[in-house]
Structures are given as C-alpha cells and as structure tokens.
Design a protein around this ligand. Structure first.
Ligand code: FAD
Ligand code: MEZ
Length: 568
C-alpha cells in the first residue's frame, strides 16, 4: 500500500474511516478521528507505549485534544506536524516530508464568488478568527456576554503562537507581586512599554494594556490558571512576568485554560477552517465571513460581528523580508500558521494598518533544536558568552539590542551559559534538556572543552561576573538585575542565535478593539486583538507583554463584539 487509506482499504472499505462514502462531514474530522482512537487509543495512550527518553511527537506539548489526523492522512502522504519547528528522527508510516506552500487568501476568486452567491449556510452573532490566546479569550468573553460564537482556526491544531509562549505574562500591581513583596506600578509598566517600543506605541492602547493587566491575571486565575511565579524580562524595571509555579511555560498553560473554558461554554470550534474573506454590505458593515474548510470546501457564515485574532506573520519570511530586508533568510520561532493571511483578509475588507515595518528578532533561538530558548533563562541568571568565552552585552537588555550584539560575534551566534541553580529555578529548562540541545559539563573546564572555548577565559568571565553579583553592580555591561552567582555545578550551555519572533505592526484598533478603516472611520462589526494588531508595542515589544496584550484585548474584543451583536 502507498498510503494509510490503501492500508486500511485492505481491511475494509471507505466506512472503516468515513461515515458516508462521500468522505468527511466536518473539518474537525470528528468521525474519522474517533475511528483512529477506537483501534489505536488516544494520543496519551500511544505515548505511554513508547520508549522513555525518545523525543516523540506523541508526547505533545500542544493544547486541546490533538487529532490523529493532524499528522496522519488517508489519501496523501502523512507529515509530522512537529517538524514545522523541530526535526525529529522519527519514522512515521506512509510519511512524506513536511512542506507548506503559502496560498494567498484570494487565490481562488471564482470559486469564492460562487460560494458567496450561493448564500449562507448558517447564522451566528460573533465569528472569532483564530484559536490563539486572543481568539480564545474573545470567544470566552463573548460567550460570557450571551453571544452565539463560532471560532474558526485554519490549522489542524489549536493555540497558535500562544501555546508556545514561554517566559511569562507581564502584569503590574498583582496579588502575586504583593505576596513576593515586589513593588510595581501600572504607570511603571506604561513607561517601560513606551521606552521599549521607542515611544512610537499608541499611548492610549498602552494604558489599556497596563491598567487591565492585573485584572487579566485575576480573570485567568478565576478560570483555573496558576500565574504565581514572577520573574524578570528584558526591558522591565521590576519583576512582573507571571508564569506557573516552578517556571513552566506560560503559553501552553494559558492557552489550555482558555481552551477548556471555551469548550465548557459550548463554543462551536472548527479546526482546518481558514477564513479567506470578510463580507460587508454596501454601507461597509460586516455581514459575514467566507470559510475554506480543508475537507468541506468553501462556505459562507452570516454574522453580526467578527473578531480577527489571527496572530502575526513571523513565519512568512518573504513577507518579513519585505518589511525588514535585514531578516531575509532568518529562521523563525513561530508556529507554521503565522503567515499573515489574516492581515490580508482584514486589509481586503478595508482595515487600516500601522507599524508593519517593525519586526522583532528573539535573541536566543536554538538552531540545533528549532526552538526558542526563553528569556526567562537569562531572567533567572544565565549569561551570554561568545566563542572566546567572554561576555559581550547586558543579557537582559531589550531584544533588538541583544540580537544585534549576538550577530556581531564570531559565527553570528553565542552561548547561553548557566549553572544548576538556574536549571532548578525554571522547569521549562527540562524541555530543552529533553530535546538534546543543552551541553553539560561537570566542571567549567569540561564544558569549555565541549564548546571548543578557552577554559581560562571562561573561568575568568564567570569569576568576574560572580563578583559583580556579590557587589550588586555589573561594572562591565550594567546589567540591572543580578539574580544569582553561577557557582553550582554542573554547568550548561546552549548555542543561540537570533530568529524572527514577533511582528509588532498590524491592523489599527482603538481602545475598544474596534478596527479602524482606511477611510479613518471604524468598520462597523469588525474587531481585532492580539498580534494581528499594531500600536500596542510600538517599534519593539517587551518580553511578556504579548500574553498580557492578547488576554486583555481579546477579552475587550469579545465583550464589545457581543454587545455590538446584541445592538445590531
Ligand atoms: P496566535 O496565538 O498566533 O493565534 C492566531 C491563530 O490564528 C493561529 O492559530 C493561526 O493559525 C490562526 N489563523 C491565522 N490566520 C487564519 C485564518 N485566515 N483563518 C483561521 N485561522 C487563522 N509572549 C509573551 O508575552 N510571553 C512569552 O513568554 C512569549 N513567549 C513566546 C514564545 C514563542 C516561541 C513564541 C513564538 C511567541 C512568544 N510570545 C510570548 C509571543 C506570544 O506568544 C504571541 O505574540 C501571542 O501568543 C499571539 O497570540 P494571538 O492570539 O494574537 O495569535
Ligand atoms: O514575550 C516573549 O516573547 C517572551 C517572554 C519570550 C521568551 O523568551 O520566553
């Protein structure tokens, strides 16, 4: 047999997998996936049968119930979805190579026009586009405000970039900070954010971000989130980055909590469902969306309001390089769906955009593992050294400066160096060890040898740095926080280089998450939140501010969309 369908065909007929001879009846492939698990078990059950220590796609860090069909296909070659970021040495039966061609949203205009002419299949109050944190928060908020909600996600797995977020969620004047006796003020968060964004941020949006940040932590906590560990991120004056106890990744946790809330509120969630057009009436008011279901094809949904929460475009290097040619050919930290087609949909529907030229590189991406190494590792005490074993930058400066400093080193990469006390302070590090991207030395000499680095220079660098920590002052690079001496063996190093991480620009919104049109007027019924929007982060986003942004503006967008739908 050539593929899975042939293989299963030998055991039965089409009804081994499908409920009708015509094939799938919904884009979640609900029936088909139930057939897979009835014989093979759930993802978790499959993972339990695998050898310990291997890196397996079944031991997923993704959110929701990951469908078998996210990777396994019947009538074409299967692909390991995780290969979009990692490169596993994992043999899947009937597999092909991970490949993804970007198809513009208006590629198929005739078929789209025909589907629109056919009329709507269904009607709802609010359509949310995108199942990342902004979309899920909007869906939950809209459901809380009595709206019928359909949430559409183009990928086979939910959670967007949100599920990958690692270091934390920024918030000021929170209960967790008070408990840890961290003195912070919303105004300081505003000032840090404006300074980090080179003061081109929309100050009104920044005020909304900071003033609602602790409320957003409380809102998530009420839904079941644990955001009690608080650490430092680059460009922040104080520790305000909230994450789960022990330092687990913030994004998978927050996305899972929001996903569970959306599911428990009976949100109609459809995966493999790409929105290709927003429909408006002659007056410019939103009336619907055109969806391309991967399996069911084009169909129209009538809706009063739409929330665009489609994230950024960092994974689309062609688009990134158009705005910032210096990033041409760079790898990206993002999930495969971060291509910016939501931006195309919004622009085609008349949305104004701003700040698209500002694209951020994250300084510490592991080219070997294909993963971003969280800033929290530096926040908890790691330093950066070059191939000569020397420090070269304030490790927790803003990302633009840290990335530029790394690119100026020999080999255009550097090593993130830490000791066992940093490892113990942040459970996220265990994931990097699991992925085999961490070099380990029982002594500094052993580590230096593994890295082909001069051991005496590395020893001197660490001794000097530990002296700075003891004295509370970094006389070399003025690093403002000096969390701990690095003296506890074993020592660890990860090779890191910058990768495209965040797109600051996007659709222009006001403080109620209403989308501004190119004609200067808000587009009735159109709302947007999260990385698809521009203005909150200015020219450079601070670490930890995106999760804060998506929860706060996602909530506002959902509430406002539900209110609008009720009134119209
Ligand atoms: P996303 O979470 O990306 O969700 C958008 C969704 O929309 C995607 O699932 C996408 O597939 C879908 N979509 C796109 N187009 C369409 C369409 N046409 N139709 C249907 N669906 C569509 N920020 C922090 O504050 N703290 C952190 O610790 C942090 N760590 C990060 C680590 C990594 C590795 C990455 C990549 C980012 C990190 N960020 C962090 C940034 C942050 O995660 C993102 O900016 C944020 O999660 C974006 O949320 P969102 O909901 O706007 O978009
Ligand atoms: O905000 C981010 O992008 C972030 C904190 C990433 C990280 O390093 O963890």
């Amino acid at each position: 047999p050539e593929n899975l369908a042939d293989f299963h065909g030998e055991m039965g007929s089409c009804d081994t997998c499908h409920v009708t001879k015509k094939g799938p009846t919904d884009d979640n492939l609900t029936y088909e996936n139930a057939q897979c698990t009835s014989c093979h078990g759930t993802l978790k059950e499959v993972a339990e049968t695998e050898r310990e220590g291997i890196v397996s796609p079944h031991q997923s860090h993704l959110i929701g119930d990951i469908s078998c069909t996210s990777c396994h296909s019947g009538h074409e070659k299967s692909v390991t979805y995780c290969d979009a970021c990692h490169s596993f040495d994992y043999k899947m039966p009937f597999a092909g190579k991970w490949e993804r061609e970007f198809v513009p949203v208006n590629a198929d205009k005739d078929a789209q026009d025909k589907a629109i002419a056919k009329g709507a299949k269904e009607t709802t109050d609010v359509v949310v586009i995108g199942s990342g944190g902004a979309g899920l928060a909007a869906a939950v908020a809209a459901r809380n405000n009595g709206a019928r909600v359909i949430l559409l996600e183009k990928e086979p797995v939910p959670g967007g970039n949100t599920k990958l977020a690692a270091g934390g969620m920024n918030a000021a004047e929170t209960k967790a900070q008070a408990k840890l006796k961290i003195e912070d003020k919303k105004q300081i968060m505003v000032d840090d954010t404006m300074k980090g964004g080179r003061n081109i941020n929309d100050p009104e949006l920044v005020k909304v971000l900071a003033n609602n940040s602790s409320g957003s932590v409380d809102w998530l906590t009420a839904l079941g989130a644990d955001l009690t560990d608080v650490g430092r991120m680059g460009g922040a004056s104080v520790n305000r980055s909230h994450r789960p106890t022990g330092g687990a990744g913030v994004g998978a946790h927050v996305a899972q909590v929001l996903w569970d809330a959306a599911v428990s509120k009976d949100t109609d969630i459809r995966l493999n469902s790409r929105v290709v057009r927003i429909i408006e009436d002659a007056s410019g008011k939103v009336t619907g969306v055109l969806v391309k279901g991967t399996y069911t094809g084009y169909y129209l949904i009538n809706t009063d309001a739409v929330v665009i929460a489609t994230g950024g475009f960092a994974k689309n290097n062609e688009r990134v390089a158009k705005y910032d040619p210096s990033l041409k050919g760079f790898k990206a930290t993002n999930h495969p769906g971060a291509t910016g087609d939501g931006l195309d949909v919004a622009e085609l529907a008349g949305a104004a955009t701003k700040d698209l030229e500002y694209v951020q590189a994250h300084p510490t991406y592991s080219p070997v593992g294909g993963v971003m190494v969280t800033e929290a590792v530096r926040g908890n005490g790691a330093i950066l050294v070059n191939r000569d074993g020397k420090r070269f930058v304030n490790e927790i400066t803003t990302r633009d400066k840290a990335s530029a400093a790394i690119l100026a080193q020999k080999g255009e990469s550097a090593y993130l160096l830490f000791d066992d006390s940093v490892r113990k302070s942040l459970s996220k590090i265990e994931g990097y060890i699991h992925l085999h991207i961490v070099n380990e030395g029982k002594t500094l000499d052993e580590l230096a040898k593994k890295l082909s680095m001069p051991a005496p220079e590395l020893t001197k660098t660490l001794a000097t740095y530990n002296g700075f920590v003891k004295n509370g002052k970094d006389a070399q690079f003025e690093r403002p926080d000096l969390p701990r001496e690095l003296t506890t063996a074993p020592y660890y190093a990860i090779e890191v280089a910058p990768a495209v991480h965040h797109t600051m620009g996007g659709v222009a919104i006001d403080t109620k998450a209403e989308v501004k049109g190119k004609n200067g007027k808000n587009i009735p019924g159109m709302f947007a939140a999260g990385e698809i929007t521009g203005g909150v982060h200015g020219a450079n986003r601070l670490g930890g501010n995106a999760i804060s942004d998506i929860v706060t503006f996602g909530r506002i967008a959902g509430e406002q969309a539900a209110k609008y739908a009720k009134e119209n």
